[in-house]
Design a protein around this ligand. Structure first.
Ligand SMILES: C[S@@+](CC[C@H](N)C(=O)[O-])C[C@H]1O[C@@H](n2cnc3c(N)ncnc32)[C@H](O)[C@@H]1O
Length: 271
């Protein structure tokens, strides 16, 4: 039986789902506005119906659209993503933007917990004079990041398997950036994030466990006057600032996101 597009459109019960469906039709089936709005009563091919059915099934399970499309837009590039990695968030683009707008001399940079590689690769592409490394302890993440390294082809980006900063030598980096897991395992929002890897989201110690480790370990691997920049939860500014202070960071400041939530803290390390 060959159904029409209108048959499927009528089944979608929310505006969000309808918008995602249109995006999916354009990205995956290469439909244009005419196909979607004017020719919606044309009979679909079996292949088109299978792809649409796949979308509907996955949305029923709550799968995020980026995983269905295996693609996530970040800092104007398309990154391959699947359920092995966190889907890049718009707030994290702010962190990349800050680095791209505030540093120009040649720097050795580490993106710790690189996931799909979105932070490190975006910095490397914009700053060909930087030497950028992306590390993760998850080999699944590193496999995904390797796909993006191959496709987006930054010449100055390398991947390293590492448990935070434990394997790096003293005075290795000018700049360490990280969007670590920072959600408490008691956080009620976790139930909305069940399709993403738990290990990319949840940290011990009320969400601060990994941040504490990174700040502490960074004092061993940052050069004198090196900078640490961390993304964190909107309600963690005071705790994160205290962690920076107690590890001898100076000039500590926090950047706010588009909704004026404090989300990125940075400081200079004085050895
Ligand atoms: C919140 S995700 C961030 C991913 C990516 N940087 C982004 O911004 O979309 C945190 C990342 O940290 C990694 N991670 C968790 N624990 C780690 C550890 N002990 N050492 C290194 N990476 C770790 C996870 O595998 C995950 O890729």
């Amino acid at each position: 039986m060959n159904y029409k597009l209108s048959y499927y459109q009528e089944k979608l019960d929310s505006e969000t789902l309808k918008n995602e469906f249109i995006f999916y039709l354009k990205e995956k089936l290469f439909f244009n506005d005419k196909d979607i709005y004017l020719n919606k009563d044309r009979e679909l091919s079996v292949e088109e119906q299978n792809l649409i059915q796949d979308f509907i099934e996955k949305k029923k399970e709550g799968t995020p659209l980026d995983y269905i499309l295996n693609s996530s837009k970040f800092y104007k590039n398309d990154f391959y993503v699947d359920s092995r990695v966190l889907i890049p968030r718009p707030e994290t683009e702010m962190l990349v933007d800050y680095i791209n707008n505030n540093f120009s001399s040649s720097l050795k940079v580490l993106d710790a917990g690189t996931g799909c590689g979105c932070i490190g690769i975006s910095i490397a592409l914009k700053n060909p004079n930087f030497d950028v490394y992306g590390s993760d302890y998850s080999t699944d993440s590193l496999d995904v990041a390797a796909i993006n390294k191959k496709t987006l082809d930054p010449k100055n980006f390398s991947l390293i398997h590492a448990n935070w900063l434990s394997c790096f030598e003293k005075n290795s980096f000018d700049l360490i950036v990280s969007n670590p897991p920072y959600i408490s395992d008691q956080d009620p929002h976790l139930s909305n994030l069940m399709h993403e890897p738990n290990k990319a989201l949840v940290a011990s110690d009320d969400g601060l466990g990994d941040i504490k480790l990174i700040v502490d370990q960074s004092t061993k691997v940052l050069k004198n006057d090196g900078i640490l920049i961390l993304e964190h939860g909107y309600d963690q500014q005071n705790e994160v600032t205290d962690i920076f202070k107690s590890n001898h960071f100076s000039n500590i400041s926090t950047l706010k996101d588009f909704q004026s939530h404090p989300r990125i803290t940075l400081g200079i390390f004085k050895s």
